[in-house]
Design a protein. Structure first.
Length: 205
């Protein structure tokens, strides 16, 4: 449940300011849409040059745009004004924690990939399968998953995988549905357009 903050909406969060945040949500949703369509094209064109590079660049663009939207809706800060502003936007758009945009696990794994590498090698594991554009069942046999507690060096990880059949993007143990992420962005886009128009009508009256 989206619990309202104890702090009031800041005075600077005027209708004009709200529209600025809404424009940014709309822009990021449009970026995500472009990346989604490009990724679908990669899935459908098996003869495409640099297919793996194209797939991962567009997947990264998708999750990056989704992260930007998520930060507007759920500001990752302790600043009370920012958190109250984020709650106000979510409330007015009808968005809550059930939105896939609230889950930043895959996006964090992409953004902090160097830290994930540190954790992996510090654990004593060495078996890696990375940057795969394939259904997971087509991966070659191997111990890609974490070893049992107490063991060392006999496990591994599928670092980054795009499964065009399942329609998922995965980093280590986290995955996200491509169509589902696109749909969540679309929900915010439509709600933001409606809210933007409501503010316009109020300002004109």
């Amino acid at each position: 449940m989206d619990i309202p903050p104890a702090d009031p909406i800041p005075a600077w969060f005027t209708p004009f300011a709200e529209q600025v945040y809404l424009r940014e949500l709309l822009q990021q949703a449009e970026y995500l849409q472009v990346a989604y369509l490009n990724l679908v094209e990669v899935f459908n064109d098996r003869e495409l040059d640099s297919r793996v590079n194209m797939a991962f660049s567009q997947a990264l663009a998708m999750v990056g745009a989704a992260a930007s939207m998520s930060k507007i809706l759920w500001p990752p800060t302790r600043n009370v004004d920012s958190r109250a502003r984020g709650h106000a936007i979510r409330t007015r758009l009808g968005i809550d924690e059930t939105s896939l945009l609230h889950d930043r696990a895959v996006r964090n794994d992409f953004e902090h990939f160097d830290e994930r590498l540190d954790e992996f090698f510090q654990s004593g594991r060495t078996n890696i399968f990375d940057r795969a554009l394939t259904p997971v069942e087509m991966l070659p046999l191997g111990p890609y998953f974490d070893p049992p507690p107490g063991s060392s060096g006999d496990g591994g990880a599928i670092f980054r995988l795009i499964d065009p059949v399942a329609g998922t993007i995965a980093v280590l143990g986290h995955s996200i549905g491509i169509d589902e992420l696109h749909a969540a962005s679309g929900d915010v886009y439509r709600a933001a357009v409606k809210r933007f128009e409501e503010i316009d009508r109020t300002l004109r009256s």
